[in-house]
Ligand binder design. Sequence first.
Ligand code: DQA
Length: 149
Amino acid sequence: MIKIAVVHGPNLDLLGLREPALYGTHTLEQINEAMNGEAKQIGAELRITHSNHEGEIVEAVHDAHQWAQGIVINAAAYTHTSVAIRDAIEAVRLPTVEVHLSNVHAREAFRQRSLIAEVCAGQISGFGAMSYLLALRALMYLVRQAAAE
Ligand code: DQA
């Protein structure tokens, strides 16, 4: 079983209510359920955290270092501002996939810059809730590839 930390950032607890045309109608709970279902199929075990607070997201990344083999993170608005989250991801050196529901590159200029992108293995952006499932698969591929080397 490959252990994966899933970290959701600010305002994602409002999914379903929040700008459904951009972010879809699924709630965070429904997304988590779908991820757990996907995880079962592909041999992963997830621990899922949500926080609206930057420091708690930093701590969730630190904590992952103790038990996880990789991280899937939607840092939400902190993606565009947080040197602290960027540095935490770099420090723990776990393969990390950056996720966004919306296509951040097709939105405002400030969303087109991700401070965490350069310390992540890759980014999946623009596929709604499916972005998370694709990210899980991408991370599993990376972890298994590293184990085979
Ligand atoms: C988001 C995109 C961010 O720009 C925004 O601040 C979010 C959600 C996304 O999943 O599309 O909160 O990360």
